[in-house]
Design a binder for this molecule. Structure first.
Ligand SMILES: Cc1cc2nc3c(=O)[nH]c(=O)nc-3n(C[C@H](O)[C@H](O)[C@H](O)COP(=O)(O)OP(=O)(O)OC[C@H]3O[C@@H](n4cnc5c(N)ncnc54)[C@H](O)[C@@H]3O)c2cc1C
Length: 387
């Protein structure tokens, strides 16, 4: 018995949404699930699947077809993220970064030439992008970033470093947020092969082990002037990208959460202690009931925020609320599910511990659990507690 839709939310989706869900789900079952445990155990990134995600339309699904995207709506984007993360957060992270943090800024803030040059190849997964905002000394306060560039007449000279960057070691290009000599944050497209640009890998992670994470280091990198994103200035640029990615995360974690929940339901029906299935104990039923209630409320929030986003009415604070809430619920569900499986909960034969470790990153990246709470606090009171 697999439960994924307790309140018949399917009735609120279109036939196209359901078809997309089935096609991504089938692909995840065929290509991701058989290899994902070993990739995590061995700490090996599985970027070889990126081109297949491109073929499925999972990269830049909301980018217009004219630029190689699938031209789908925001709900479809959410559904794609949900089904990918049912497989593993690493796969979803690659699709999130490529779609919301690389293709979106090029589409939204880029020149026509930049769109034509990069978007179709990014959509096909022929190019892999990364997004550099976080720095060694600045995570929650990106406005204090130290990475900077100066205008040298024919080119810009970029210096600094970004840290904890998804896909940095394998990226062909990076969207890098840096300050100009006037202290204004701007976006630059930094391409692999530019002299002085290196991307050392971050090792020894206990989370997102099937994803490649690293640094972006700029040592006097000459950036051609045509690689500046012309149509954005200030922190608003990266924040708009993060809004798009955070929205996708709110859906994505539902996939991980339901995978844990359904594993726990199945196990509790089969596992017997005291001559009875552990599912028969009230404490197990309490856990399962609370998990399903929480996951269902998270589904409804994701859908509603998706509708608002599609209508162009969503606020960044609403996205903060749903990202924080849904990641928190998925992580709680993962922890409770792990307990239901007892010792088996830590085994790679089940997906729970892997999802749980992944979600420990998701609760921190794209704005931490606490920072999102403070954003809601600001929205309620009008008083910024963290600026
Ligand atoms: C696997 C992984 C992938 C990532 N991928 C990317 C990527 O692709 N691109 C990118 O740019 N970044 C990426 N990040 C970085 C991520 O976005 C940052 O880790 C995150 O923004 C938090 O920054 P920090 O780790 O420096 O924590 P800090 O900002 O140092 O925060 C540490 C703690 O202090 C708390 N805190 C900070 N300020 C306040 C305050 N004012 N009030 C209360 N509490 C506060 C935080 O909530 C947190 O609990 C990734 C991180 C991980 C783990």
């Amino acid at each position: 018995m697999i439960i994924t839709d307790y309140l018949n939310i399917d009735d609120l989706l279109t036939e196209e949404h359901k078809l997309i869900r089935t096609s991504i789900k089938n692909w995840v079952n065929k290509e991701v699930k058989p290899i994902i445990d070993e990739a995590n155990q061995k700490h090996e990134a599985i970027h070889s699947l990126t081109k297949q995600m491109g073929e499925l339309g999972a990269l830049g699904s909301f980018i217009p077809e004219k630029f190689g995207g699938a031209g789908l709506d925001q709900i479809a984007y959410g559904i794609i993220m949900q089904e990918l993360e049912r497989g593993d957060t690493s796969i979803r992270s690659t699709a999130s970064v490529q779609s919301s943090l690389v293709m979106y800024p090029i589409f939204e803030f880029g020149s026509e030439e930049q769109k034509i040059k990069f978007l179709p190849k990014l959509a096909k997964g022929e190019l892999i992008g990364s997004f550099g905002l976080t720095e060694p000394n600045h995570g929650s306060d990106p406005g204090a970033m130290e990475t900077k560039f100066i205008d040298k007449g024919d080119y810009y000279l970029l210096n600094g470093a970004k840290m904890w960057i998804t896909n940095a070691p394998i990226c062909d290009l990076a969207i890098v947020w840096a300050k100009n000599e006037h202290g204004k944050v701007k976006g630059l497209i930094v391409e692999r092969g530019m002299q002085g640009f290196t991307t050392p890998e971050t090792h020894k992670k206990w989370s997102l082990r099937a994803s490649s994470t690293g640094e972006l280091v700029f040592d006097n990198v000459k950036i051609p002037k045509e690689n500046l994103l012309p149509n954005i200035s200030g922190l608003k640029g990266p924040m708009m990208c993060l809004n798009s990615a955070r929205y996708g995360i709110a859906w994505g974690v539902l996939g991980a959460g339901f995978d844990c929940f359904n594993t726990a339901v199945q196990y509790s029906l089969e596992r017997k202690q005291f001559n009875r299935p552990i599912a028969s104990f009230q404490l197990t039923q309490k856990k399962l009931s609370e998990m399903l209630t929480d996951l269902t409320s998270a589904q409804l929030m994701a859908l509603r925020v998706g509708q608002l986003k599609e209508e162009g009415k969503v606020t960044p604070s609403q996205i903060s609320m749903v990202k924080r809430n849904n990641v928190n619920i998925a992580l709680k569900v993962a922890r409770e599910s792990r307990q239901i499986l007892g010792a088996m909960g830590i085994s790679g034969d089940f997906p729970i511990m892997r999802h749980m470790m992944n979600l420990e990153s998701v609760i921190t990246y794209e704005g931490t659990h606490d920072i999102h709470l403070l954003i809601t606090g600001f929205d309620i009171t009008g008083i910024a507690s963290f600026k």
